[in-house]
Ligand binder design. Sequence first.
Ligand code: ZN
Length: 591
Amino acid sequence: MIFEEETIFDDSNNEISCFKCNKDLEKSLDYKNYKICPYCDFHFHMSARERIASIADKGTFTEIFNKITTSYDEIAQEEIESYDEKIKTDQDRTGLNEAVLCGTSKIGSQEAIIIALDFGFLGGSMGLIVGEKIALSIEMATKKKLPVVTLINSGGSRIQEGVMSLMQMSKTVAAVNNLKNANQPLISILSNPSTGQVMASFVALSDIIIAEPGAHIGYSPYRKLKELTGSIESNNYLSEDFLNSGFIDNIVPRNEIKFELTTLLSVLKPTFALKKKKADTVRSQIDYKEINASNSLQLSRKIKRPKSIDYISRIFNEFIELNGDRSGGNDTSVKIGLGKISGEPVILIAQHREVLTRVSSNNVSRNYNNKIVPSGFRKASRALDMAQKFNIPCLCIIDSVSPELSLKSEYDGLAFSISELISKKLNSENPIISVIIGEGGSETALAFSIADSVMMLKNSIFTPLSPEEAAKIKTGDKRKANEILKTMRLTSADCLEMGIIDKIIDEPEGGAHRNHDESARLLEESILEEIISIRDIFPKTLSRRRLKKFRQMGEYSQKYKPALTEEMKIWRTALTAGVSSLRSGSKLKDK
Ligand SMILES: [Zn+2]
């Protein structure tokens, strides 16, 4: 389909006022530098050159592959003269030889290849020359081991070139596959509009996708979709909708994109790394006597106990949250992102709980409604893939009781997404560390906790089911939780003794809730120590060691015998209770 979307081009003869809110933009620096209306945030059209200038370090951009031209005689579908004329007109208007401008550049002092599509040149559509220049630029990045940043502003297809324009999709994807195999990052920035063949080919394969606010993005041009469905308004089908449905990572205003790119590149392609100073390691002395089940249960549920975001904001610098599982969901109870901890690049996967209701005893109510859904597990898997690809240590923070139990969740693949995450965790060839910061409950905690080094905050707990649920199964009364709590072996000390975790991290006196800053400091210290000690282990060795560790977990031995016997007792009772209730159920039916 040919491109026919509305776009706002500047008309320098007129007074400059905002197309949307009508305000005067004459003196606005945001408008001058970024073509943004500071009053209503409208993002105006920008040429490829202007876009590159907005992200590249001054004077560092050098155009590449600008001499590539071809005769369209053999591929043009319409009158060659008419197509030639259109090309010439747009060449004159834009000063470009085709709809794409490629080059080498520096972004925040980091080398990269930039590919910018110009919507002012035949709608930024991808014909033979555009596809060829994109493929050549990506291949150059692969060869030189450079990241690729694409600035997308394109729609529809180059119908004048018929099926040859279609073939540019597979051509550019082939180039991206090689870039991916070379583990080089591909980051795409989408502006209004970003639709059509480029989206359904190399752009959608980007490691990170950022869109400008209010941009029409997707496969179909907005107008075409409106024509077909009749129900789409101009405030539909926007980047914001794609963020919610899990297909893009972030929405960033144009004037902040350079900073975002600089941060992303510095994490994905770090230029230096920390070294461990062995002599300086100070181990805090854990007082094991202080750890007991009822105390841990109570402290792990304190409303004021720091949650994932409290630690993230204190431990990370330059943190960028990413969004989406890239298959239709964005579970906000799982946070993923990348950043640096004391200058060390880290990819984060964190379970995030919010206290939604409070109960009088100052304990956290069990009624969290942001339980993890399948898309949360898939989001975690995606972050793990990214960590593996760029060989960045992955930090997992665990704080959740159970996944969302519902029919919707089941049909969305709860069991499948959990098992996929466990499998990926075991196979991954990059360093993974995990830490349970509060309540680590159920299969959710297990899947997220698998790591080379599993740690627990001193007063956190790790258990397949809550003491209340265990009591309900065992005695039929969940109020008897305290009675069976002692037998559950859910404290950090129990888990360390059973070999389920590798380390306990100390908390401030009286519990983590008493001093968030101190708690974060203790956590950061342990995280860094673990990362630095496993970071340089050969990838295959890491994965082999991790597989072995979890294969041997709880392997029957004299050491675990007493613990296992106790666990078996609970389960046997639970089983009997289950069977008897089944029997009474069937008796009723018989009658
Ligand atoms: Zn405005």
